[in-house]
Ligand binder design. Structure first.
Ligand SMILES: C[S@@+](CC[C@H](N)C(=O)[O-])C[C@H]1O[C@@H](n2cnc3c(N)ncnc32)[C@H](O)[C@@H]1O
Length: 243
């Protein structure tokens, strides 16, 4: 129950937070990524696995995301289309199944763990037929097809990228957007600085650091919200809409 990005947070919160950028902590980039890959290979391909034993919060999470996203979708000037969405760090497709497939005509998934994408093919059921691509790739290397996506959803995965890789990835996502497209980042935020997690080889950044990364990527925060009704003991989770 304690070793996932959400469940781990109570312990992680008590760890020393570091105000330096995490690149100082991530001294060996290759090891940072390969440790994370090994960690996820051992995690069961279930909702509980995706949420570190906190599978019970999945519905609250999805309902919050649906409400958030519906502010942007629909007909009319400036509204985001509902043609194609990309689920980044998709895992078994928990978000694709309950948030993206009900709202978008087609969805692509990208994740570094092949076993999770294999599971997604059955987990997504009949609606999974509307998935066009399952990309097995680290986000640090992933290149979205230019102008393909109305929404790029990035949840509980940014801590697995170094600052500079995250900046570059967000820049590539920007090029992957259709007109009026939207990037959504939903993730844990630290109270102050950067909190490293040695167990899954990730970091948790505070909001100021995240905002600076967004700015470096040439994006603006058009809307920001804190997810409500999550358990007290876990990190705060914020949702940021970027353009
Ligand atoms: C906490 S799970 C979240 C899964 C999904 N976003 C959700 O909320 O249900 C983190 C996911 O990120 C994936 N992941 C870890 N490092 C990654 C990387 N560098 N690039 C792409 N995916 C990565 C893992 O395989 C895992 O599926």
């Amino acid at each position: 129950m304690t070793d996932c990005r959400t469940g781990r947070s109570a312990r992680a919160r008590n760890q020393r937070s570091c105000t330096k950028m995490e690149n100082h902590l991530v001294e060996n980039e290759t090891a940072f990524y390969s440790k994370a890959e090994h960690y996820w290979k051992e995690v069961p391909p279930t909702v509980d696995g995706m949420l570190g034993g906190y599978g019970g919060i999945s519905s609250i999470d999805i309902n919050g995301s649906k409400k958030f996203l519906k502010n942007f979708l629909g007909e009319g000037q400036g509204k985001t289309g509902t043609g194609c969405a990309l689920d980044c760090g998709a895992g078994i497709g928990r978000i694709t199944k309950r948030l993206l497939l009900p709202l978008f005509r087609t969805v692509d998934l990208v994740d570094v763990t092949q076993e999770f994408l294999d599971k997604a093919r059955t987990y997504l059921g009949e609606d999974g037929k509307r998935v066009e691509n399952y990309f097995c790739c680290g986000l640090q290397d992933f290149q979205p097809q230019p102008e393909r996506y109305d929404v790029i959803w990035i949840q509980w995965v940014i801590g697995h990228l170094t600052d500079s890789h995250l900046v570059e990835f967000l820049r590539r996502c920007r090029s992957g957007l259709r007109p009026n497209g939207l990037i959504v980042v939903k993730d844990n935020v630290a109270y102050e600085g950067v909190v490293p997690d040695e167990v899954d080889s990730s970091v948790c950044r505070d909001l100021n650091l995240l905002r600076r990364i967004v700015d470096r990527a040439g994006l603006s925060i058009v809307y920001e919200e804190q997810q409500e009704n999550f358990p007290e003991e876990i990190y705060q989770v914020h949702t940021l809409a970027l353009r």
